[in-house]
Write a protein that binds this ligand. Sequence first.
Ligand code: THU
Length: 134
Amino acid sequence: MSELTAEQSELLEAAKNAASQAYAPYSKFPVGAALLDEHGVVWKGVNVENGSYGLTICAERNAVAAMATSGARKVVAIAIFAGTDEPITPCGACRQVIAEFGLDAVVVCGCRGGGVLVTSARELLPMAFTLDSE
Ligand code: THU
C-alpha cells in the first residue's frame, strides 16, 4: 500500500469517477483512467469495447488520445482504477502508448479493494522501444 500525494489522490479519484462511464458490456470489467499533462490539465478515458471484440480500446489509451488531441504532449502522471480487489496495471499496449508521451510518468494503480500501487512507465516497460535509438 503506497502513500499518495494529494495530486495523486485526486487523479485516482478522477479515474474512479471515469470508470462509471466505461463501455464494457462484454467483459463487464469497467476501467477508468485519468492523466495529468504538462499544463496541469486532467484528461480522462474509459475502456470502450466493441462487438468485434478485438477493436476494444483500453481506458489508458483513450485518456492519452484525449490529451494528444488537445495538443498536449506529456503524461506527467496517470491513474488507473478498476473494480477489482487488487490494483490493476496497464496492459502491454497501453504501456507502450504511455511511454511515447512520458517514460518518466508516474503510474498510480488503484482498485475497489483500496490497495494502491505507485510505479512509473519506465518501471512498467523496461528497455522500451523508441525511435531515438535510430
Ligand atoms: N482494460 C483496460 O481498459 N485497461 C487495462 O489496463 C486492462 C484492460 C480493459 C479492456 C477490456 O475492455 C477490459 O478491460 C477487460 O480486458
